[in-house]
Design a protein around this ligand. Sequence first.
Ligand SMILES: [Zn+2]
Length: 666
Amino acid sequence: MKHFLFYVFLFLVGLTQAQQLENVDFTRVKADLSFDVNTSKVFGLVEYEFKILKSVDSIYIDAMQMHFDEILLNNEKVVYENNDKQLVVYSKYKAGETYKLSFKYEAQPKKALYFVGWDNEAPNQIWTQGQGKYTSNWLPSLDDTNDKIEFDLSVAFDSAYEVIANGNLVDKAVEAENTVWHFDMKAPMSSYLVALVIGKYNKHEEISNSGILLDMYYYPEDSLKVEPTYRYSKQMFDFLEKEIGIGYPWQNYKQIPVHDFLYAGMENTSATIFSDAFVIDSTAFVDKNYVNVNAHELAHQWFGDYVTAKSGEHHWLQEGFATYYALLAERDVFGENYYYWRLYEYAQQLMDQNRSGTSTSLFNPKSSSVTFYKRGAWVLHALREQVGDEAFKKAVKNYLEAYPFSVVETDDFISEVEKTSGMDLTEFVNAWLVQVEFPLENALESLMQSAFIQEYEMVDCELLTSKCDYYLTAPISDQAKEKVISQIPDRVTSKVFKGSLKTRQAIAQNMDKIPLNLKDDYETLLMDKSYQTIESALFHLWINFVEDRELYLSQTRGIVGFNDKNVRQLWLALALSTPLYKADEKENFLNELIGYSNPRYNFEVRLTAFNYLNSLGIFNETVFVNLVEASRHYNWQFKKYAKNMLEELSKNSNYKETILRLQNSN
Ligand SMILES: [Zn+2]
């Protein structure tokens, strides 16, 4: 009997799945959440409100492997089924009526919500990533992006921590050791955009020209990094509101860095989460900064969060738009040449896809991210050129206004552009969106309007010409000069060192053999305000001038570098490889380098450490413990790296036993 019933339920679930969107409109959910960091569990008291559009016998909510209790429909007991994927609630639901479903639940999420640092030395955090992982792993919700709901979260947690979620913080109640944080959303969103972060943070506040509160979170120890990390945030926010023509659609905007995030950033509604690897100082800014990711996630607040692609075929409406509007915001900050330079780089990558036969139509839901993001951005650049600024901007505005807090398809956008421009865009859509190949010819034609790109293409020393020595000191763009230096590094003269920071960086990166007559010039690179330049210069000087190694090491001893400690870790590796340098401190150097493989550091630091330890052949119990830990990390790229390294090392009979023992222990 039980089995029979089970199959009937399965059948019913299958049936409701396809139709639920047409039958039920979930409007609001209130969730009171708490956590047990020791068992990595989430506990919740949830209340859903929904309206029945067509009379049905059941409704469901996605819920991965959860336990439920006290399930009440309109405050009464009800028949339900928990099949570990969905909670199905049976009743004679009547069209036109509104219902209230409440329940308690408990979950131990395998993904989508991460407990970080509670069992190692990493900073203690809890944070979420819904897209690609499904929020229904930690909060019973609807995976279908078409179902937009107003999510109001309340979270009880240790008062020593900051809690951040979507929407407005309307109340913060301190109760004994815990504080309860109440957040309120005014508008609905897809469940993949629900966000929660718990950790130790301070925040920097700014206010946009339109009066929106911009909260920029940072770790208490990072106050000096706030300005370079969040540089241009307000400018870009003001720019996008003006450019898009529709005010920012949400109540406030928060940005929160987290430890070992899965991606660069995620555009959760009104609460972007990003990797703390982007938390940088002023020197790092010139080589590596948060500006592009910042602008991209912000643009998603309109394109993705406010209007959401109906299905994977239209994914470019999110990523293409976010990439394009980020470029526009960056053009406002860095200028026209920067804009064309990025488009040029995107076109190169798309050309590579054409060449390798991996290009796809933009409508192919399995397209690469290069296609979704970069071809998508190119579509908008080309479309704007074709129909003109005015028609383009008006169309984007109309499109957003026509589908507020709703879902969209490509046609919804294109038809608005056809209306404002009066043009038939069939041919354009075929060439830029439908066709498999990226229309490279058309793209190049557009790029060549830029004198900056023309110059870059013209300046070429692949084959040495009489002009090449001139190019090395000529007043040409940094990019063009970098290209020439990379092609003819052996023709660099003392005069070339007088160039810009980026010119000097190109020398540091490309000149492996340093002639004696350039030694003095080259040594000045160690004092440049660029960690990339210093790293390359230190390495090359150490290789080229054996007699001066101690000198170079003393000179760079205090420099840490980027967030992955690139300069410091190179320095430690070189110091360990220079026998005469500080012999009595070697043990400390070794311990410091090994220490960087510990989970307390973010995975970029650890990856660099593992690389150096590997090339120096330093493997002790601590390194193996950290490597095995890394091979179980939730970030798949880091995990894969560690797994591959363990596999390689297991071939060495000296290590095999240790690795096996650690892999089998928990
Ligand atoms: Zn994106």
